[in-house]
Design a protein around this ligand. Structure first.
Ligand SMILES: NC(=O)c1ccc[n+]([C@@H]2O[C@H](COP(=O)([O-])OP(=O)(O)OC[C@H]3O[C@@H](n4cnc5c(N)ncnc54)[C@H](O)[C@@H]3O)[C@@H](O)[C@H]2O)c1
Length: 387
């Protein structure tokens, strides 16, 4: 990401379409820190949720149908955070109505739908940012600087593992996890390497338990371990990159370690950011203790989730009274770049400059990789991406 030279004091009227999980956990609280966006309208099909959320964030107008947003000439930008099958059509409709769009990943369920957004953006001349927010995570920006200055990425391992199969992804069809979660990793590896993937081989274990092997045009080789069977005490994301000499590792956006790099510290810790609904202490724990704080919080979250009350009766009573339903959310407090991605997009729109966020073409590349990974997973064949 380049430096933030896109300053403007203009506040741009925006609407948000979809005020569910990611809007409430990230975009709405984060917008309080993005002065360039003047959030005028909230839109959601669920009336109760819409009222509740719009009241909480003092959003003046509420509509149940996105067409009202597109027909409003005062709205210049739209945040779309709905569902993977609605996001491309809503983005195209917004572009056709002359709006800029920040749209969540996955942009669409197929590469063909992504291509339609690429075309619609080209015709409209408006900006589209796709929510591959990891490109703006402070730990990854620093890691990329280290790796790029040391001959680039030659060998990468990325693990993305969580409790998807027992929680929010339970019962989802084969391949869904690749399209929903691994799409982020396809994007970030293209960003780290500055290169396109030549071929992919996806090895399948259990349902939603896979390893993808990738070969980039740059010569870099990479593996992605994706599993929906981990527990919350395991860090969700771990990255290791070997460059010309030594390399880096990052644990859950909280701690970056450098190896063989005399110009850099050996350990960097990242505080994450304050969230209105989460504990303030995370910030200082991550900043001062780095990965050990993350491990401790994740272990606590796991004990609470599993209802593992302490053995001592007095401690058990405290656990039952105060902590049983109060689980630290380690996943959403590490700094995955959500605020910075939105802030950069908003500044670019306000200043009339091209944003550096992931584009529809990047979303198309991730969707092609997702489709190829699913084909490879079913056939156990290597799949060429650009034959
Ligand atoms: N970037 C990230 O890290 C990240 C994290 C979580 C989710 N996401 C993505 O964000 C999107 C939303 O996920 P979520 O977890 O918030 O889902 P959600 O189901 O919790 O919320 C979606 C909301 O959109 C509303 N909605 C759906 N279609 C609509 C339409 N046509 N018009 C108006 N409202 C509509 C629903 O009523 C719901 O309130 C998904 O694409 C998901 O993959 C991204």
């Amino acid at each position: 990401m380049a430096s933030e030279n896109t300053t403007s004091s203009r506040r741009v009227p925006f609407a948000i379409i979809g005020v569910g999980g990611i809007a409430q956990s990230q975009h709405l609280p984060n917008l309080l820190r993005v002065p360039q966006i003047d959030l005028q309208v909230a839109c959601d099909m669920q009336a109760d949720r819409l009222r509740q959320v719009a009241d909480k964030y003092s959003i003046p107008r509420r509509v149940g149908d996105a067409r009202e947003v597109f027909a409003d000439p005062t709205i210049e930008g739209v945040i779309v955070a709905t569902r993977d099958d609605f996001q491309a059509p809503l983005t195209i409709a917004a572009l056709n109505a002359g709006k800029h769009v920040y749209v969540e990943k996955p942009l669409a369920t197929t590469p063909e739908q992504c291509e339609k957004v690429v075309d619609a953006q080209r015709r409209s001349g408006k900006h589209v940012a796709v929510g591959f927010n990891r490109r703006f995570a402070p730990a990854y920006l620093q890691a990329r600087e280290v790796v790029t200055g040391n001959g680039g990425a030659h060998n990468i391992h990325y693990r993305i593992a969580d409790s998807y199969c027992r929680t929010w992804g339970a019962g989802s069809p084969p391949g869904q996890r690749i399209l929903h979660e691994v799409c982020h990793i396809f994007d970030i590896l293209r960003w780290f390497t500055g290169s396109e993937v030549d071929w992919i081989h996806c090895l399948r274990g259990r349902h939603d338990d896979e390893i993808c092997l990738l070969r980039f045009a740059s010569g870099c080789i990479a593996s992605i371990t994706s599993s929906g069977y981990a527990t919350v005490d395991m860090p969700k994301e771990a990255l290791e990159i070997i460059s010309d000499y030594g390399g880096i590792s990052v644990i859950d956006f909280v701690e970056l370690r450098t190896f063989g790099q005399r110009a850099y510290q050996s350990v960097y810790s990242y505080p994450g950011h304050i969230h209105p609904d989460h504990e303030y202490i995370y910030r200082h724990m991550y900043a001062q203790l780095g990965a050990p704080a993350l491990y401790a919080l994740r272990r606590t979250a796991w004990e609470i989730r599993e209802g593992l009350a302490p053995a001592e009766p007095a401690d058990r009573a405290v656990f039952e009274k105060h902590h049983r339903s109060h689980m630290p959310d380690s996943n959403y407090t590490g700094d995955k770049g959500w605020v910075q991605a939105m802030a950069h997009f908003a500044k670019s729109v306000a200043a009339g400059t091209k944003p550096l966020n992931a584009s529809p073409a990047d979303a198309l590349a991730a969707a092609q990789l997702g489709q190829a990974a699913i084909t490879s997973r079913e056939t156990n064949q290597v799949v060429s991406i650009h034959p």
